[in-house]
Design a protein around this ligand. Structure first.
Ligand SMILES: Nc1c(C(=O)O)ncn1[C@@H]1O[C@H](COP(=O)(O)O)[C@@H](O)[C@H]1O
Length: 162
């Protein structure tokens, strides 16, 4: 069976951030693939990935990239699948460059942009899960259980301060 989610990143150096996304997908039992696909360094493969994803059964693409992070936007330009972008923290500008490159898309080419770094990578997986749960009740229940667990953890941490 083909994976539901395609997780791509501009470089293997993004894995330190993007593994949080894959760990979260795994914990929710969502099938995914992960690979390096760079708009800048391998444009032909990037185009092919975007063009073939829907036909392969991928339902959502999550793309993480840092610096001049054109990957999510270029993928969104070549497919009608939902694309979720994760700005990876860059060495010199701490990810502000990544964030602005991903979020400031022109009208007509949407990329759902998450926060910079690992929290954004985790949220990308949770956002994809929420989309998939619209047509998957069992996944919806797993998500709700996770949401309640995190609520309880936050409440418990607040109790510790008393
Ligand atoms: N932003 C992009 C793209 C792209 O958008 O196509 N391809 C690579 N990169 C980014 O370059 C940064 C440094 O890459 P290296 O660590 O390989 O030098 C990575 O964060 C990657 O996402």
């Amino acid at each position: 069976m083909s994976p539901q989610v395609g997780v791509v990143m501009g470089s293997v150096s993004d894995w330190e951030t993007m593994h949080a996304c894959c760990d979260t997908l795994e914990s929710l039992k969502i099938s995914f693939e992960h690979r390096v696909v760079s708009a800048h360094r391998m444009p032909d493969q990037m185009f092919a990935y975007a063009e073939e994803a829907a036909a392969r059964g991928i339902q959502i693409i999550i793309a993480g990239a840092g610096g001049a992070a054109h990957l999510p936007g270029m993928l969104a330009a070549k497919t009608s699948l939902p694309v979720i972008g994760v700005p990876v923290a860059s060495r010199h500008l701490k990810g502000m460059d990544s964030l602005l490159s991903i979020v400031q898309m022109p009208g007509g080419v949407p990329v759902a942009t998450m926060a910079i770094g690992k929290a954004g990578a985790t949220n990308a997986a949770l956002m994809a899960a929420r989309m998939l749960a619209l047509h998957d009740d069992a996944l919806g229940e797993r998500l709700e259980a996770r949401r309640l667990e995190s609520e309880r953890a936050a409440e418990a941490s607040s109790e510790e301060l008393k």
